[in-house]
Ligand binder design. Sequence first.
Ligand code: SAM
Length: 205
Amino acid sequence: MSRFGADPHAFFTRVYADVAPWEIGDAQPDMARLLAAYPPADPVLDLGSATGDLAIYLANLGHEVIGLEFVAAAVEQARAKISRLPAESAARLRFVTGDATRPSALGIPLGAAVDSGFLHLLDPAATDLFIADLARAIAPGGRYYLHEFAVEFPIDNVPRAVTEEEIETRFSLASGWRLLEMRRAEFFNRVAQPTPAVIACAERV
Ligand SMILES: C[S@@+](CC[C@H](N)C(=O)[O-])C[C@H]1O[C@@H](n2cnc3c(N)ncnc32)[C@H](O)[C@@H]1O
């Protein structure tokens, strides 16, 4: 059973019946700073793209972006936002309904993947499978940007803590990655104080 019950898709679909707490209407500030420091290559895949704000942020910077999200209602909202963008940004952006734990299934060699609060939804065993698949999807020299909760909450249906030690181990040279940056961060939401988080950028070797 996942942290989000027997059917995580049903759980997240229910969340999107209202405005989800992570919907802040823009890219997370720490993710925006990391992307500015380590620019991604195209195409960029946004894992768990919600209603599209990070993908739109990247498309407005000039990147080719694919948003991948398993809740159809969120994808519909993201596609509705495309119609309000400048034509040149809209042409660089698309949203796909699907499972972000298997990015290689898209069949697209990725320049980069951005993960704003996705990996921390997955238990360690599911994370192992996800990272192995991501490594197949990202081209050599491509980058993975992750921004995850760094604290554990003693309640159901909340992401797990991702530690700096876990990131160092998963993205070591021995595992085929080079960690370019990792630091403490904050994850903003629309209902409460920001959550202590960790943010990192790893490059495929
Ligand atoms: C914590 S939210 C973060 C959303 C967004 N990236 C942000 O920063 O605001 C996680 C998102 O991942 C989506 N998600 C969860 N599991 C997924 C899966 N296996 N495949 C695709 N999307 C998934 C959820 O529906 C939700 O939109």
